[in-house]
Design a protein around this ligand. Structure first.
Ligand SMILES: Cc1ncc(COP(=O)(O)O)c(C=O)c1O
Length: 392
């Protein structure tokens, strides 16, 4: 395992040793429930407050605007469902605008709101690069639109969305704007005093924090109806005893990411550009395309579609060559169906099963990328033979 080259940081990352060190005392020493009023509870509660202040400080936000959840999906669910339910309660809107390129955590929530709760939902299409058009958002706005939810960057094809412009438009119309920034959290500077966003979802396991914790930024004054009811933790927005160790780890990971942002972005961009150029020349030109936007893409993200090949077969053969990649979003690995994202950007069926994603991380080196580039022709030849046998 240890000598595999890991190029799947978009799925998850290792936990940074400094993050582990920060978390450890909260299992062994400061293990109290942060809601308890005794000494153990108070020390846990202080650490939770510190974590909240750290995240808020890095975003130029207020601590009370930070909610710790259980994962990125939960942050998305809480944002979208919470705002729409609150709008219904106040009679302030029944219409949600989102896009076809969203992660299922947003899209399935939108579909559930439409099909089971009678909300009106507009699902916008995207262009060939997977970009949502600001004009399309403008055209979809109605007097009863309560929320626009468009992701910061897509997990499968890496395309970044014009969230500044969409947010500005939402502001003009007095509509709340949520963005799923699970993939973009660590490579974007967040300044909530200037950015026109009202809710933002993060998942620390994508930036060297632990799995099992999510962060949701909720601008002061934005009301959410909680889906997880109970003891009223997190200011009534997410009941359940807060996982203090993970909140501390999430904050430390976010701090490391934001403190080292410029250097990391440069490192990622260099590796990504080497990878894209190398892979595009290692595979015959008529058998591979770069998917996603050529420039407006995540700095750590390279994604391709290979003609008449199965993404799953590519992954197996890459794995055998000592390389960990993904065929799209992590949740899709092992699924032999065509990628809905590749269909949505207009690729024809010859390409939609052959999605391949590499996401680089802080420990990757140019030599590792070179190893991948050298391995690609053999991997592709093997997969092509299998595909011809089974006529993909
Ligand atoms: C863009 C995006 N949103 C949401 C999620 C869900 O995050 P989590 O797996 O932490 O629930 C992911 C996970 O890959 C993602 O890439």
């Amino acid at each position: 395992m240890s000598n595999h080259i890991y190029l799947d940081h978009g799925a998850s990352t290792p936990v940074h040793p400094q993050v582990i060190e920060k978390m450890l005392p909260f299992w062994t020493e400061h293990y109290g429930n942060p809601s308890s009023s005794h000494a153990h509870g108070r020390s846990a509660n202080f650490a939770l407050g510190e974590a909240r202040r750290t995240v808020a400080g890095l975003m130029n936000a207020q601590p009370k605007e930070i909610v710790f959840t259980g994962c990125g999906s939960e942050s998305d669910n809480l944002a979208v469902r919470g705002v729409m339910w609150a709008a219904r309660q106040h009679g302030s809107g029944n219409h949600l605008i989102t896009s076809v390129i969203e992660h299922e955590a947003v899209l399935e929530t939108a579909v559930q709101l439409r099909d089971h709760f009678n909300f009106d939902v507009t699902i916008l299409g995207v262009d060939e690069y997977g970009r949502v058009s600001v004009d399309d958002v403008a055209a979809a706005i109605r007097p009863d639109t309560a929320l626009i939810s468009v992701m910061a960057a897509n997990n499968e094809i890496g395309t970044m969305q014009p969230i500044q412009q969409i947010g500005a438009l939402a502001r003009e119309h007095g509509i709340l704007f949520h963005s799923d920034a699970v993939q973009a959290a660590a490579t974007t500077r967040w300044d909530m005093q200037t950015m026109p966003l009202d809710l933002i979802s993060f998942a620390p396991h994508k930036f060297y924090g632990p799995k099992g914790v999510g962060i949701l930024y909720v601008r002061e004054g934005v009301e959410l109806v909680s889906s997880l009811t109970g003891g009223g933790q997190e200011d009534g927005r997410r009941s359940g005893t807060v996982n203090v160790a993970f909140a501390v780890g999430a904050a430390e990971a976010f701090k490391l990411a934001q403190d080292n942002l410029e250097a990391q972005v440069t490192h990622y961009t260099n590796l990504r550009d080497q990878l894209i150029a190398g892979v595009m020349t290692a595979v015959p030109a008529n058998e591979i395309i770069l998917t996603g936007h050529p420039t407006e893409r995540l700095p750590h993200h390279a994604s391709f579609a290979l003609k008449n090949m199965s993404g799953n077969d590519l992954l197996i053969h890459l794995d055998m060559a000592g390389i960990c990649a993904s065929s799209g979003s992590a949740c899709k690995t092992g699924d032999p169906k065509p990628s809905p994202i590749l269909e949505t950007i207009g690729l024809d069926p010859a390409w939609t099963k052959g999605g391949l994603r590499f996401t680089v991380g802080s420990q990757n080196t140019p030599d590792q990328i070179e190893h991948l580039i050298q391995a690609m022709p053999t991997v592709v030849e093997k997969v092509k033979k299998i595909s011809q046998l089974f006529a993909i």
